[in-house]
Write a protein of this length. Structure first.
Length: 93
């Protein structure tokens, strides 16, 4: 989704609802991740690709551990999204 379109709001609302039902969930939000893990990346096509690759790997690790992982990112390139889908397999919804 586009910047400011409500991706993170939806993700955090869902995280809260899951928590209320006793589920463990974690939101990985583009703004938060860019301040830490991906703070060395900019917004060039190459950096955007690496940003999505890294968050896909982190999301996969969380999902593999059984945690419901909600990822809220801008990903303008279909190729990058498809790569993460392929890597995560049936855990990607």
């Amino acid at each position: 989704g586009l910047s400011g379109s409500g991706k993170s709001t939806v993700a955090y609302t869902l995280e809260h609802a899951l928590f209320q039902r006793g589920k463990i969930a974690q939101v990985l939000d583009g703004d938060n991740i860019r301040h830490g893990l991906n703070s060395n990346l900019g917004f060039s096509p190459e950096d955007r690709e690496e940003n999505i690759r890294r968050i896909g790997e982190v999301g996969k690790l969380f999902a593999d551990s059984g945690m419901i992982t909600l990822i809220s990112f801008i990903s303008p390139y279909r190729k990058d999204r498809d790569t993460v889908r392929e890597r995560c397999g049936d855990k990607f919804v």
